[in-house]
Design a protein around this ligand. Sequence first.
Ligand SMILES: [Zn+2]
Length: 394
Amino acid sequence: MVRRSVLIAAFALAATAAACASVEPITANAVLGVDAEAAPPTTEAAVGAGATSTTTTTTVVSGPATVGVVRIPVGGAPLASEPGGVPFVQAAQGILMGFTGRQGDWLEVVTTCNDIAWVDEADVEVTPQATAAQVPGPGFDVAQAVIVLDPGHGDRDWGGVGPTGLAEKRVNLDIAERVRDLMSASRTVDWATGAITSGTAVPAFGEVWLTRDRSGPNDGDFELGLAFRAELANAAGADVLVSIHNNTVPRIDTDIPGTEVYYSIGTAESDRLASLIYEELLRSLSAYDADWTGGELLGARARIDPETDDDYYGLLRRAEMPAVIVEGVYIDQPDQEALLETEEFRQAYADGVYRGIVRFLTTSDIGTGIREPELFPDDAGTVNSSACVIPPQP
Ligand SMILES: [Zn+2]
């Protein structure tokens, strides 16, 4: 399956998406935090859903992979604008990129700035797209699961910022890495209490990718475009895509954490994934005391752009698999920021996400509280991310 990259050009310079971001004030540091590209979806529908986990088709790959994930190795790797071309950057080690095509030994990658570039496969570590797609539900083999975790924001796009300066981009990364660590070994979950211990009930996950992590440049704090994030998940052949965020600008006081999980309307079972992550995350976070706040609606939600009848959030619109954006708590509220400062609370957040994904993949649970999609006419404007820079190797 060769997925063309026309959509990347159409959405080039797309901002970093986040549910939270749509209500964040636009500041110098958060200027990228909106996602309301007015361009209608064009090629997503045309590229089909061949990589989703909802198909039982198994593709037999013969010859070199044309779709998959590359990792920039130690020392970096040169990117060129055409196969065999003169490199325009030595991309920094630890960056992942999805690739969606090949000419000879050259792979067509989607850069962190949403552009197309080419890299010699000899210069990178190549993982072909996972092809043994499974249907979530009883019998699903977690040891074959492919997960993409997306820590929201990065670099000059801080996301939300707490009263004492805690940046959402840092918190999101830490939580995502904790989820990955949970998935990296076999576990036993006490479903009565939610406790996760070492054990054998849930095997280690097959592949877990983070769109950015601390093995990358600037301790994992670098800028990623929306298309990059979704395209990495698509190219990996991910079973689920989970984007980790925290919220800002609450509307009301609540008795429980104001957690929201946004699902994609374009891919089957995204709503069930959202519902189960919501349930498990709420269970984890409710163990803590805070002056909780929320929006008008909590739970598993979806937002539709009334002009396109498609997902409002670009990350969800582009994802070809069950995909959600998690908004845990309100980082701009003093006591919620204080909780996020603690490892214990961030681990509880990660535990909830882990349990929700395990339930989604291995059960047919529906969960409670899936809300109907809402029309969301908010016009967050367009964002100039022309200053996006692919982190160069130091
Ligand atoms: Zn965010």
